[in-house]
Design a protein around this ligand. Sequence first.
Ligand code: ADP
Length: 323
Amino acid sequence: ESALERGQRIGLQRIREFLKVRTSYDVLPLSFRLIIFDTSLLVKKSLSILIQNGIVSAPLWDSKTSTYAGLLTTADYINLIQYYWNNPEAVNRIDQFKLNSLRDIEKAIGVAPLETVSINPQRPLYEACRRMLESRARRIPLVDFDDETKRAMVVSVVTQYRILKFVAVNVSETRLLRKPLKHLKLGTYKNLVTARMETPVFEIIHQLVDCSISAVPILNSDGVVTNVFEAVDIITLIKGNNYDELNLDVGEALKKRSDDFPGIYTCSINDRLDTIFDTIRKSRVHRLIVIDDEGRLVGILSLSDILEYILLEGESEDGKLEQ
Ligand code: ADP
């Protein structure tokens, strides 16, 4: 085993040990706010509240039954758009939809229901990560049970980004992860889904759905990455219940992006996870676009790719099935 291999192995081992002794509670800051939507809220109001608060998802609460009602994410708004495409005559009715209508929409267009997976915050963080990978969720609500009231309590939501940042800040052995990306099975390099500035947004939304991905890089005629359209960009586009915006070129649509857009992060196949963890520590990264020296697209490294690698790389099939 070379020093490089050994470092990589030990680094991964330390991260896994760390995730097994920490809980989701540990990831939460001492003080934080939690925005929960009542299921009787109008969909259009939910959009403006998300935008005002700079968030992209929220847990739902059914106050009639006093129960947690799942996590609202961009996927639900995409379902709404698909419903509109199938029923454009319903646009005025859609304007009056409440969050609890989303269930019926999901039935109408035949997709999986709202994200309902959750985890008890006292469980090891490792388990929260496994559950996210299994369900392909990018975030997971922490739901505790109150013994006194016998009711579920939504404590917070943790995202893949928060967990990876927590690892980056607390596990110093991430600096041992020095094998370059090109020698790791990490990220996607084939059959990349891309678009051009002239591509209409609705085409990109179809691609997001068909390929179950959350972002599409925008390339110029030389294959150079000039921008990235993200599923969360949809929120700003449909906030006015103006679905014509979806016919816009993506170039036009991206001009509506808010000023606090965190930006696009790139890396090269010669980069290593140690520096990628540095980036995660310092910035709000959602994915890294892998480019060559000329800025041309080479691959995509999503946070779920990184999470899967640090949890499962080198684990035996038994290990993968354990627990
Ligand atoms: P995340 O789950 O972190 O939000 P995505 O949903 O974007 O990430 O990615 C899911 C999987 O699809 C990952 O393995 C990622 O590498 C791959 N992927 C992401 N975007 C694209 C794309 N535009 N074309 C092809 N594959 C992609």
